[in-house]
Design a protein around this ligand. Sequence first.
Ligand SMILES: Cc1cc2nc3c(=O)[nH]c(=O)nc-3n(C[C@H](O)[C@H](O)[C@H](O)COP(=O)(O)O)c2cc1C
Length: 388
Amino acid sequence: MPLESGKTHDWLVAVTDSLTPLFSPFNLKSLSLRNRFAMAPMTREMSPGGIPTSENAEHYRMRVEGGAALIITEGAYIDDEAASGPRADVPRLTEHAADGWRGVVNAVHDAGGSIVPQLWHVGALRGASPPLNPGVPALSPSGLDLDAGPLGEPMTTQQIDQVITSFADAAALAQRIGFDGVELHGAHGYLLDEFLWKRTNTRDGRYGTRVQMPLEVVQAVRSAVGENFAVIFRFSQWKASRYTERIATTPTELEKLLVPLGDAGVDAFHASTRRHWHPEFPDDDAVLSLAGWTKRLTGRSVITVGSVGVQTEFRGAGAAAPKNPLVIRESVEDRLDYLAEQFRAGEFDVVAVGRALVADPAWVAKVRAGHLDQVVPFDRTQHSLSGA
Ligand SMILES: Cc1cc2nc3c(=O)[nH]c(=O)nc-3n(C[C@H](O)[C@H](O)[C@H](O)COP(=O)(O)O)c2cc1C
């Protein structure tokens, strides 16, 4: 990646030096990371019949050899017939796929990395007429899609119990396979997020308390894997193709969702944003990111993410510019410099990197060596963005 005009190599060296603290180890229960860089979960549709192959193992091994300490796998469907979207080649975390996953886990461990699977139920995003298992209707909290249009029936308590059990079974299976922890996909408008969001959760009673169902998933997962297995919960304000939607418009509202999840057994929150430098509640704090708020409110470990190492934010334009001009970050290097500042300020513990690692498996190693100018830049015309 050529340096922008006006930026000197001395300046570049200063940026990479500022990132040195991110190369310190991080330990969280069963997770032992050699540095603070994780690969963000990214759907690939490369697992025929839902079973990962040696190609998947190689894909992740290369990122670990290229310096990433932790792989958070692409979303893997839990064992529920309504968990899947339209894609047959998305991996599943089921007994049927266990041997495939063992190959992936072994490859990552052999290369010196750690790996957690992302456990996924698509909920309403299965749609009204899903091509995969067409006879199986979508599950959602209130029989509503993400635009609050009708989509079948609200989940029964029996269906909720079943899904909770499926998450717990998937986590226990992940532990048996040899993964180092699990991440629950509670973001982007999928099932757990639909319970967290006012628009899609209009239920009365027990599960009308928005956090209740995800909280019971966390409790069931914790009880299935024991105290020492790291449980990460990914959440987001934004929803699939709806980038300005939010589950919490104030810190107090966010606190009411996150603190009970932490109490239920979440060890780390993965605050999914499209721009890590974006201040989340600028009226309350001019600079604090969603990750920073999450840490401040919960005291748990936090993973940040969003346009690290890439020139454009995830899925391009659409969101309003930050109010505070000091945090409009113009170049990859400016943003890395600010990432280091956020780390020094204690806003996060681990940073997840998505598209930059798709484009260049050795991105982390190149950053560490001060070779930012040798990074293969992400190019959206060459890399699929059909993500979850
Ligand atoms: C191709 C692609 C697939 C994705 N799949 C998932 C997924 O399976 N689960 C998930 O939580 N996020 C998914 N995401 C979002 C990424 O994890 C990440 O949050 C996003 O790309 C922003 O990070 P980046 O700017 O470093 O790419 C996907 C993103 C992309 C580009």
